[in-house]
Design a protein around this ligand. Structure first.
Ligand SMILES: [Zn+2]
Length: 508
């Protein structure tokens, strides 16, 4: 009798879509996933059928073919048409499939992946990649029915290329993992105090001076991405359905610019890291730079910084004081709002949206600007104010923070421990937010600031925490289960290792 109940329980688990411990290991957790007793055995020389002769769909099929070759050594053929045997991929116009969503069905004879759009089919292939198994006799996929789509449209990772600089090859590896985890926005932090990392043909001193931090370790502290390298990375990301959003910091966090063009400093503040907001040349310079960056990236959205301007500098400067008086502003914080609005209105006039780190919402947010927050209360305030908001609450998403109390000993004192379970517990749209305001939280980002993180160590900061974050960004909040997640992480780890990373040192 006991056995009978166990069997019922097992059937219920399958019927409810739970794959707890049953071998269907997909991260991020899908909306619905049911394991069956079938098994699809992959054969060398078998076929991938395309339901429609669509150029972008064919590209996704090529990616699947490459993944299978890399993981199994098998060569598959891509054909147009339909079949009840082999692998079939196609677009589904059905209303039940949501944007970026997909349905993956595996039985004894057939693997079928259909998506609302090519991004959806691509995500179906990433799930395929995670459940593909190899034992001593065969390569196979477990029978399953997966129906899936994202919780948020903006699922980002921010990498700081200014404090330490990463190679193009490394950035591509990061993009590969982002795609595996169904993250779709690469927020590239390319300028800061320590280095300017974008080639500028208009302002060459940004590279001659601003890209060179010092003479130590020239590989990771000094350098910039050429226009050709940036184009290469953008194309690479596009193939992975990842949008790159470049960031140019202002008005603070700009020491590299001030070292290159010191005439942009406040005249009474030689040596700071902040543009003079009273000097018309600052506005001209930034607008020219943004025109150049927008052109290089061919982007319709850009991050314009806006965070951590040192206080008390502008209010002591003659030019800034004159601008405060001329614009009838109450104080230097409102001068920042004026400054940001002036720049953002200019770039918005060219059809480019902006994202800014939230500092003074009360002072006003320019039109066509999204707010990104790192302090928890700001996401609530921003959403309540009716501003589209990307929630990057630092206490859940900043991966330069130590993983463990042991790691905390070698990190700056102010950094709290951010362990895996805490990252996993993050809900970017807090329950306490009123329903009417919830729609303004459009997504979330995790971030890796690199003041104290060299390229080789980035993997130990990312893994496994970015896997937890991917479920915060993609999976239905009510489906998240930490114990289940930890089991799936162990199964997905070899896939990430196969992409050229080492997982963390913590016994995963
Ligand atoms: Zn000034």
């Amino acid at each position: 009798m006991k056995l009978y109940f166990k069997e019922i329980l097992f059937s219920l688990m399958l019927a409810s879509g739970s794959n707890f411990g049953q071998g269907l290991n997909i991260v991020p957790e899908p909306v619905s996933a049911t394991l069956t007793n079938d098994k699809f055995v992959l054969q060398n020389g078998s076929d991938i059928f395309l339901l429609s002769d669509n150029k972008d769909l064919r590209k996704v099929a090529e990616q699947l073919k490459n993944i299978i070759h890399k993981r199994t050594g098998f060569d598959l053929n891509i054909k147009n048409g339909n079949s009840d045997k082999g692998i079939v991929i196609g677009l589904s116009e059905g209303s039940s499939v949501k944007p970026e969503g997909y349905v993956l069905t595996v039985n004894n004879n057939l693997v079928k992946i259909s998506g609302k759009d090519c991004a959806g089919v691509f995500y179906g292939i990433e799930s395929f990649q995670e459940i593909l198994k190899r034992d001593s006799i065969q390569c196979y996929l477990p029978g399953c029915e997966v129906s899936d789509y994202p919780r948020y449209g903006h699922r980002g990772f921010m990498l700081d290329a200014s404090r330490h600089f990463q190679s193009v090859d490394f950035v591509k590896k990061v993009l590969d993992v982002m795609a595996l985890l169904k993250l779709n926005v690469f927020h590239w932090h390319l300028t800061d105090d320590q280095g300017w990392r974008i080639e500028s043909r208009k302002y060459p001193r940004l590279n001659e001076i601003g890209s060179y931090r010092d003479s130590i370790n020239s590989v990771e502290r000094n350098g910039y991405y050429t226009v050709e390298e940036i184009h290469d990375v953008i194309q690479y990301a596009k193939n992975l359905h990842i949008k790159i959003i470049p960031e140019v910091e202002m008005p603070g966090h700009s020491q590299a610019v001030m070292d290159s063009y010191p005439e942009l400093l406040c005249p009474t503040n030689k040596g700071g890291n902040t543009y003079c907001a009273g000097n018309i040349k600052s506005y001209e310079f930034i607008k020219n730079v943004l025109d150049e960056v927008v052109s290089i990236f061919n982007t319709d959205i850009i991050v314009v910084g806006g965070d951590e301007r040192p206080k008390g500098i502008w209010e002591k400067d003659s030019l800034c004081k004159a601008m405060i008086a001329k614009q009838n502003l109450a104080n230097e914080d409102l001068l920042q709002n004026y400054f940001m609005k002036n720049i953002c209105d200019y770039i918005s006039g060219k059809g480019v949206k902006t994202i800014a780190w939230a500092e003074n919402l009360k002072g006003g947010v320019p039109e066509n600007q999204y707010v990104e927050n790192y302090y928890p209360d700001v996401s609530m305030e921003s959403a309540r104010g009716g501003y589209y908001t990307i929630n990057s609450n630092c206490f859940y998403t900043y991966f330069d923070y130590p993983n463990t109390s042991e790691e905390k000993k070698v990190k700056p004192d102010w950094m709290p421990v951010l362990d895996l379970a805490r990252v996993y517990s993050f809900n970017p749209t807090p329950d306490s937010l009123e329903d009417a305001s919830k729609k303004f939280i459009i997504g979330t980002e995790c971030a890796l600031w690199t003041e104290v993180v060299m390229q080789h160590d980035i993997q130990f900061q990312l893994f496994p925490r970015i896997l937890a974050f991917s479920e915060d960004a993609w999976s239905p909040n009510e489906k998240k289960n930490y114990d289940n997640f930890v089991k799936r992480v162990k199964e997905v780890k070899p896939v990430i290792n196969s992409m050229g990373f080492e997982f963390d040192k913590g016994g995963w």
